[in-house]
Every structure is written in structure tokens, then in C-alpha cells.
Design a protein around this ligand. Structure first.
Ligand code: S3P
Length: 175
């Protein structure tokens, strides 16, 4: 589609566990373009992991770091086209949704909540799932964020019933 702009990065958005990192790495291989994970960039910049940043500085601080990174990427002068995997909550701030649209082609990896529950069961690096019932939390996050992903996305794929390399292949064809 012609609605995305000069940067033409491909950005993957969606809840934790939807497959952004796996699909992003695969896409990066298919297209031979750099892969960038916003969580990872922030962790590298601060020299701390996400869980520590959340517990020491709070979620709002982390959200502002996401905004700062998006602003940087929007103004960055580069001919490169990145594959960008994002933290699940990057769409919460309205400013971030605008920045994401300026950055390129946004693909929402939608996925059924039961599948999300399975995929996130192993990970312990997700502060939003600490000390809560993960299933209940994921249901709430899905309901709250769904309209935000819909507003930001140029395209969407339901990854519940698909192999993630298949999803990467389809995005590669459409982008
Ligand atoms: C978050 C998702 C995480 C990470 C942080 C907050 C969220 O990223 O940014 O723990 O608010 O959904 P992933 O979606 O890569 O797990």
C-alpha cells in the first residue's frame, strides 16, 4: 500500500507472546535488512533489563524511553529499511501511535488469548505478568489495547493458527 512513508521500516506490533521477535528475525533474514527490537535497544542503552527498569523507575518511565527511541528513529537519516519488533505496550501513548505510523508499515500480529497464555507461560522476564493471574491480565490487556493496535496497524495477521515462519513469508510478500 502507498500509505506508509519515506522510512518504510516494517514494524511489528502486538501483545507479548504474539511472535514479534520470532517473525521479526525471520523477516530480517528474508529481506536481508537489519533487525531492531525496541526492548533490546532500551535494555542495551540503560544496561539493565526491562523487569528492573519497571521495578526501579516504574512503567511510565519505561514508556517515555519508548517514545524517545521512536522520536530518534523518525528523525534518523538513513536509507536502510529496518525490521522493528516493539514492546507490547508501545501503542499505549497516543504520541507513540503517531510516531509508529510515521516510521513505516505497521503490522499487527493478532493472536487468540489462549495461545498467548501458552506462549508466555515459560517466560519470567515480563513484569506485567508478575504477581498476577497471567490469563486474566492477558485478557484485560487484549481488550484494552486491541483498538490501539487497530488504529496503528496498516495490516494484520492472526498468528494463532499459523507457523510463525509462514507469517514472516506472508508479510514479506505484502510489504
Ligand atoms: C510490555 C511488553 C514487553 C516489554 C514490557 C512491557 C507490555 O515486550 O516491553 O515488559 O506492556 O506489553 P514484549 O511484547 O516483547 O514481551
Amino acid at each position: 500500500s502507498g500509505s506508509h512513508n519515506r522510512h518504510r521500516h516494517i514494524i511489528l506490533i502486538g501483545l507479548m507472546g504474539c511472535g514479534k521477535t520470532t517473525v521479526g528475525r525471520e523477516l530480517s533474514k528474508l529481506r536481508g535488512t537489519p533487525f531492531l527490537d525496541t526492548d533490546f535497544v532500551i535494555e542495551e542503552q540503560l544496561g539493565r533489563n526491562i523487569a528492573d527498569i519497571f521495578s526501579d523507575e516504574g512503567e511510565d518511565y519505561f514508556r517515555k524511553l519508548e517514545t524517545t527511541l521512536l522520536r530518534y528513529l523518525v528523525q534518523e537519516k538513513t536509507d536502510a529499511s529496518y525490521i522493528i519488533s516493539t514492546g507490547g505496550g508501545i501503542v499505549i501513548r497516543p504520541e507513540n501511535r503517531t510516531l509508529l505510523r510515521q516510521l513505516g508499515y505497521n503490522v499487527w500480529l493478532n493472536v487468540d488469548v489462549p495461545v498467548l497464555i501458552q506462549r508466555t507461560a515459560r517466560a519470567n522476564n515480563r513484569p506485567l505478568l508478575h504477581n498476577v493471574d497471567p490469563a486474566e491480565r492477558l485478557k484485560t490487556l487484549f481488550a484494552t489495547r486491541r483498538p490501539m493496535y487497530e488504529e496503528t496497524a496498516h495490516d494484520q495477521f492472526d498468528t494463532s493458527a499459523l507457523e510463525l515462519h509462514e507469517v514472516a513469508r506472508m508479510i514479506n510478500q505484502g510489504a
